[in-house]
Design a protein. Structure first.
Length: 329
């Protein structure tokens, strides 16, 4: 029996391209958030449509701005008649005081507090780019202030009882833990010192969600739709528009981009748990002569229903433009 030792050549078939067994990531997975529930996913098209009804025209300086532009904007706002100081009707006095600008942003207001006569001014911020711009703006203005980069999961690296005045403008709605932030301010205040805080409650018709700043001016979006759905719908819209801008802080635990969901009632609960000696809290109504461009006597009457609604529990969540608080240690 003869054996054929020559190798047998077989017709090789082309190998099939391997197909990934993993499905494409959803938007919420890309953002590091929990998957939407079936109900949340079902109403996503409706949420996307609703946000698209009143789209925000993104300011050019959100994407491409001149050096120190944001710091200059803050500075000029505080020089004008409707800056942070105006909420307090003359009660905010920094002359000869040690001042902390808690969440100082780009440093424009921080510099202005020094110009107004503060003995010393310190700013704290969690975003490195903002700290750099604040420091550069202070050098430009020749302002002797210090600006500290402070990770929000750590205490501010300053001793107890350091400041006479702490200014906190549109910050408390952004921090990871409002209670921890307010408690930290209490620690840093000298006895008799005052925390001056202003912020929009979460259910403000447009600005409570901050969606009006970069995606949509459609009102009450975060009352009409669950926040997980809004996050996905908004991200979907921004991608369709080719919009590169996103808010600078977005934690996976946030209700919306950089928003912790602080309500007016929630703020009152937190303040009651911290041993301030004196608490003064006002609810600036949605429509008021102070905040309106209609600076006429008629505005007093137009604003009256909003002023009354801002004093009624539950209604005050949607009829309050800003919470204005003086908290004395």
């Amino acid at each position: 029996m003869t054996m054929n030792n020559n190798p047998v050549e077989l017709d090789a078939e082309p190998l099939a391209t391997p197909v990934s067994s993993q499905p494409a990531m959803s938007i919420e997975q890309e953002l590091g958030r929990l998957p939407l529930t079936q109900a949340q996913r079902a109403i996503r098209p409706l949420a996307t449509w609703y946000l698209g009804l009143l789209p925000t025209n993104l300011p050019e300086w959100y994407v491409q701005r001149e050096p120190l532009q944001r710091a200059r904007m803050e500075y000029e706002d505080e020089r004008g008649p409707k800056g942070f100081h105006a909420f307090f009707a003359g009660r905010l006095n920094v002359v000869g005081k040690d001042v902390l600008d808690f969440g100082c942003g780009y440093g424009g207001r921080t510099v202005r507090y020094k110009e107004l006569g503060a003995r010393s001014v310190t700013g704290t911020e969690i975003v490195p780019e903002m700290v750099i711009e604040a420091q550069e703006f202070a050098r430009l203005k020749g302002a002797d202030i210090r600006v500290l980069l402070t990770p929000e999961d750590q205490p501010v690296p300053l001793p107890d009882d350091s400041f006479d005045v702490i200014c906190c403008y549109d910050v408390l709605e952004h921090v990871r833990s409002p209670k921890r932030a307010i408690s930290e301010c209490w620690r840093l205040l000298k006895p008799g010192g005052v925390l001056y805080a202003v912020f929009p409650p979460f259910h403000h018709p447009t600005h409570g969600s901050h969606l009006d700043g970069y995606i949509s001016r459609s009102p009450f979006a975060n009352l009409l739709f669950p926040c997980p759905t809004l996050v996905v719908a908004a991200e979907e819209l921004m991608r369709k528009r080719g919009q590169k801008y996103r808010p600078p802080v977005f934690r996976t635990t946030d209700k919306l981009w950089g928003m912790n969901g602080l309500t007016l009632s929630g703020f009152h609960r937190i303040v009651r748990q911290i041993p301030f000696n004196k608490v003064r809290c006002e609810h600036a109504p949605l429509v008021s002569p102070f905040r309106s461009k209609w600076e006429g006597w008629r505005m007093r009457y137009y604003a009256l229903p909003f002023r009354l609604a801002a004093k009624v529990p539950l209604f005050w969540e949607i009829f309050t433009d800003r919470v204005v608080a003086d908290l004395t240690k």
